[in-house]
Design a protein around this ligand. Structure first.
Ligand SMILES: Cc1ncc(C[n+]2csc(CCOP(=O)(O)OP(=O)(O)O)c2C)c(N)n1
Length: 713
């Protein structure tokens, strides 16, 4: 339903509020115009406007509560941010990229809104990543409401830095263009928001175009609100988003639906785009003049002005006065912003990782020694210990729960599953379904929701079932998880743990149950990467990962889960292994092997054979964490032996070993007595047949051969 007439009597807005709505709309447009000018003058470097969206987004701010509700906006939300309390000066600081820009401190392009005090959560550039995070944010609010004791802070772990605020009836706003609703994450988010009846308000600001692609090409049938009509619990309403009053009335109804706990809402607001997509687009290439002129007739500013005059709320002189006062405000703010200090280049490493807690310094001694356990057992025990210690931890992923249909568990009809590898077995039974639950079969869903939860202060410890299937979550893993702290200049963070069974050697695992790929995450600043080779390390590293204040990719080798190598005693509920501290698994003097994960036992076997058969003393170093890694241990060993093999299970070329080898060559050249050797998988995929699998993945014979060759040099 699209209504075009403003109907004051239907609304509860006072004349003062109506004038304020108009003032904010004018202010937003004038700021866009000023930024466009500054861009032309090369005083700023990018511009994307909120023009045409002002009525809808100011109305949204009026329907919601600043600093109370949560906001996952997008780049057209300038007017929303102004109405929530962001100042024109703050917006212009963002445009010039000043050090004091509260949105990002000069790190993100303009209009990537984020304001800690106002609960405007840092926004990135990829379209569509906000949806699942908004869902996770709403889940966190619900969790804290049900478990208020979890709000308490705790010295010595990430909770120290996470002030939790929540309100029992808070709403999470999440806006988007109609184009971005084509992203898969939109559908994943809607699915979960409806399934869990979460208070998420999705505002689709439909200006008919995604850059040059019109809505009928994006969306089957041309209307997103019609397309989603089958979702249960979803409030759906269309409105003329160029009309502030109609928009307000619609949004108010939608917000009420969310606040009352009835589920999510989707408001489909029809707006216009009077300027091209951004400063670098020229819409006349794909839109005829007549279409652009037709849009101009619906300009929200003209419509609101007409309404105010018609209703005798303001006369023409007062309108002129208002505009002049806005112009003066914008001019003053622009002058101040242009004089603002740019970010210092030596600040560029700030906020890549937490400044408060360094996981390289988090360590404690083992306490209890009891019979040996597998890596699987000790990971499970660590999760259990930490969940007792910290009630902000939630565990979810595919098949991680014991049994989603709780009654079967309660009636003891079933024992429960707890993960395809049973790593999470018994956790739902012990901690309840609020804290341990299954996700849909959608990897982005898992990571995106976890990001939203972690931003609010929960500690999600999620599982991706197999490393081979991590790829649907890559947008979140590359562009969101590791960037949030840096891009918001330390105002937001999402410390979380992603546990992933990884690797091959499982006989028959083939292409899609054997993959490694740790390099993709070590190559990503902001992400910590662990890859333990034995039970005790896995236990101590996972504990550090959970307690620390950074996102951690925790890679667990499937072949080591139950194997005899690396079994170890339970080291007690407080055992932490520091990140960036390698372990010398075998001391030696003639050559060094640097490796990690499932190649540790293979290297060790070959090293023992070398010693037995050839009297060659091989030192084997297990890195344990790949980012950060222990350069000191590497350098000390290489200086001692003068010969080095860098080895890993992943494919050889452009692998983790290349970086280590390059650094050794660059910094320890004088200490080398022979060229650096690498042992790794062939540059192929892993095949199903065991003969092929053996030939592809590095075996202890391959290590032995490389050691033999190197020893001869
Ligand atoms: C994942 C991703 N793909 C492509 C882009 C490039 N891009 C930026 S904005 C945009 C169009 C978005 O259109 P819509 O969602 O309708 O919002 P509008 O700009 O029209 O308000 C595109 C394709 C991007 N930022 N992210």
């Amino acid at each position: 339903m699209i209504t075009t007439d403003c109907n004051l009597s239907a609304e509860t807005l006072t004349p003062e509020q109506l004038i304020e709505i108009y003032r904010l709309m004018v202010l937003s447009r004038r700021l866009d115009d000023r930024e466009i000018l500054l861009k032309k003058q090369q005083k700023t470097f990018f511009q994307i406007s909120g023009a045409g969206h002002e009525a809808l987004t100011v109305a949204a701010a009026f329907a919601l509560r600043p600093g109370y509700d949560w906001f996952y906006g997008y780049y057209r939300d300038r007017a929303l941010c102004l109405a929530l309390g962001m100042t024109p000066y703050e917006q212009l600081l963002h445009a010039v990229g000043a050090a004091d820009d509260p949105n990002s401190g000069g790190r993100q392009m303009p209009c990537h809104w984020g304001h800690k005090k106002l609960n405007i959560v840092t926004k990135s550039s990829p379209t569509g990543t906000q949806f699942l995070q908004a869902v996770g944010c709403a889940e966190a609010g619900r969790y804290f409401n049900r478990h208020p004791e979890a709000v308490q802070k705790h010295e010595g772990d990430y909770r120290q830095f996470k002030d939790v605020i929540f309100h029992s009836d808070e709403v999470v706003y999440c806006s988007t263009g109609e184009g971005a609703t084509s992203e898969g994450e939109f559908w994943e988010a809607l699915n979960t928001a409806c399934n869990l009846k979460l208070p998420v308000l999705i505002l689709v600001e439909d200006n008919q175009y995604a850059i040059s692609v019109p809505v009928e090409v994006q969306t089957a049938g041309g209307s997103i609100s019609k397309l989603v009509s089958g979702f249960p619990n979803l409030f759906i309403e269309e409105c003329d988003g160029t009309d502030a009053l109609t928009s307000y009335a619609t949004l108010k109804r939608a917000v009420d639906h969310c606040r009352l706990g009835k589920g999510p809402a989707l408001v489909h607001g029809h707006v216009v785009r009077p300027y091209s997509h951004s400063g670098t687009d020229a819409e006349e290439h794909y839109r005829p003049k007549c279409e652009i002129e037709k849009d101009a007739e619906r300009d929200p500013l003209s419509r609101m002005k007409l309404f105010l005059v018609r209703e005798n709320i303001l006369n023409e002189d007062q309108i002129d006065e208002l505009k002049k006062s806005v112009d003066d405000e914008v001019a003053t703010a622009a002058d101040r912003a242009l004089a603002a200090v740019p970010p210092a280049t030596n600040s560029l490493y700030n906020h890549v990782y937490s400044h408060g807690l360094d996981p390289c310094r988090m360590s404690s001694q083992p306490q209890i020694e009891v019979p040996e356990k597998t890596m699987l057992d000790l990971i499970n025990v660590c999760l259990r210990d930490e969940m007792w210690r910290d009630n902000r931890i939630v565990v979810f992923g595919q098949d991680v729960a014991d049994c989603s249909r709780e009654e079967y568990l309660k009636q003891r009809q079933v024992k429960g599953k707890g993960g395809v590898f049973k790593l999470t077995a018994g956790l739902q039974l012990e901690f309840g379904s609020d804290r341990v639950f299954n996700s849909p079969l959608a990897e982005a869903n898992i990571v995106g929701r976890a990001v939203g939860m972690a931003t609010r202060g929960l500690k999600p410890v999620v599982e991706i079932q197999f490393f081979d299937y991590i790829w649907p979550a890559m947008q979140q893993l590359r562009n969101e998880v590791p960037t949030i702290r840096w891009r918001s200049n330390g105002n937001f963070s999402c410390p979380l743990v992603i546990r992933v069974p990884i690797g091959g050697y499982i006989t028959g695992g083939a292409l899609y149950h054997s993959q490694c790929g740790e390099i993709l995450f070590t190559h990503t600043p902001g992400m910590r990467v662990c890859f333990p080779s034995n039970a005790r390390d896995a236990n101590g590293l996972l504990r550090t990962a959970i307690r620390c204040d950074d996102p951690v990719m925790f890679l667990e080798h499937k072949h080591l889960y139950r194997g005899t190598f690396g079994r170890g005693p339970y080291p007690g509920p407080d055992y932490m292994v520091p990140f960036g501290k390698a372990k010398t698994v075998k001391e030696g003097t003639d050559l060094t092997v640097i490796t990690y994960g499932a190649t540790v036992p293979r290297a060790l076997q070959a090293a023992q054979k070398m010693e037995r058969e050839q009297g060659c003393s091989v030192e084997v170093i297990d890195l344990r964490t790949l980012s950060p890694y222990d350069w000191e241990a590497i350098a000390t060993s290489v200086c001692k032996t003068g010969k080095v093999i860098v080895a890993h299970e992943d494919t050889l070329s452009w692998g983790y070993g290349a970086e280590i080898a390059a650094r050794i060559a660059g910094e320890l050249f004088e200490d080398l007595d022979a060229p650096i050797q690498r042992v790794a998988a062939t540059d192929t995929f892993v095949a199903y047949h065991p003969i092929m699998e053996d030939a592809i993945l590095p075996q202890s014979e391959d290590f032995f051969m490389a050691m033999e060759q190197l020893a001869k040099v």
